[in-house]
Write a protein that binds this ligand. Structure first.
Ligand code: GDP
Ligand code: MG
Ligand code: ZN
Length: 306
């Protein structure tokens, strides 16, 4: 039997779809040995590079998963204060965090939550402000310009008019990207615009607001892009709710806070109420935005209300 290598595009209940380096798709299962070597939660996930043996019936057997260069994972609480890492996507090069300028209006607390998760995973991030057609460019800049000021790359887009689509296509080309953001912001519509052949199902906003959005992307899946690269249209906000960031690492996940963290009187400063806190001093001096600090405070204390 011949052996080949490839990337996992789809993974569900023990079955993996692998796009081989030869360009064909193979449905494969994991060899028992691989299962023994790895933790159950961490066997093979989309984005993993694997080695596959081709079997006589046309299916395959994955006999090795290559070491991951990066991961996009969440931490889930385990027994007695322990944590379990749950890898969602292996080897991501870029996370595109998509929000709408309106319908639904962007919630800064939620934007920050998405950004914090990407920072924690140390994956480069691109913020996409979609539906610019609904508010105009000046208002879009007012809503998202602050993120550019603190160093985030912001792409202004409209899947409806085509604004930003070419730029996004170029940014995703040749990379393994994750497109994420709340329901109804236009993630699937944007991806369809980037690559018309994808035909991802899109939902009506009214359904989404009623909590009845089409959940067509319940399983994470990588789509191969015509210009090279792969994109995962996932995960959504439900999954994001399960991400836990260690409290002591949360402030670091706000990049513009970092330079102020060494100025606190206490090493283990939570930046909430300790005296001589470098971060709070920076907020008072106007060097750090109150909105971002407020996001930090709410995430740390579990106050997730908008
Ligand atoms: N006005 C406007 N509507 C958009 C735009 N992009 C997407 N939509 C609409 O927003 C709704 C939700 O889009 P969808 O792609 O399903 O969002 P997703 O849940 O993030 O994948 C659909 O009705 C789309 O037609 C845009 O740029 N402008
Ligand atoms: Mg969608
Ligand atoms: Zn402090």
């Amino acid at each position: 039997m011949s052996r080949t290598r490839g990337v996992v595009l789809r993974a569900r209940s023990g079955f993996y779809t692998v796009l081989t380096d030869e360009g064909d798709l193979v449905e494969a299962r994991l060899r028992g040995r691989v299962k023994k070597e790895r933790q159950a939660s961490d066997l093979a996930v989309i984005g993993d590079r694997v080695s596959v043996e081709r079997l006589a019936d046309g299916t395959g057997a994955i006999d090795a998963v290559e070491p991951r260069e990066r991961r996009f994972s969440r931490r889930q609480p385990g027994p007695r204060g322990s944590w379990r890492e749950d890898v969602m996507v292996a080897n991501p090069d870029l996370v595109a965090v998509v929000f709408a300028c309106d319908r639904p209006p962007p919630n800064p607390r939620l934007v920050d939550r998405f950004l914090v998760v990407t920072e924690y995973n140390e994956v480069p991030v691109l913020l996409v402000a979609n539906k610019v057609d609904l508010v105009g460019e000046a208002e879009a800049q007012r809503l998202f310009g602050g993120y550019a000021q603190i160093g985030y790359e912001v792409v202004y887009a409209s899947a409806k008019t085509g604004m930003g689509v070419e730029e996004l296509r170029a940014r995703l080309a040749g990379k393994l990207s994750i497109v994420t953001g709340p329901s109804g912001v236009g993630k699937s519509t944007l991806l369809n615009a980037i690559q018309p052949g994808l035909q991802l199902a899109t939902g009506e906003v009214s359904q989404v607001l009623a909590g009845k959005g089409k959940h067509t992307t319940t399983h994470a899946e990588l789509h191969a892009l015509a210009g090279g690269g792969y994109v995962a249209d996932t995960p959504g906000i439900r999954e994001l709710g399960l991400w836990e960031i260690p409290p002591s690492e949360l402030a670091w996940c706000f990049p513009e806070f970092r330079e102020h963290l060494g100025n606190c009187a206490f090493n283990d400063c939570s930046h909430l109420h300790e005296p001589r806190c470098g971060l709070r001093a920076a907020v008072e001096a106007g060097a750090v935005s109150e909105a971002r600090y407020d996001s930090y405070r709410r995430m740390l204390t579990g106050d997730l209300a908008a």
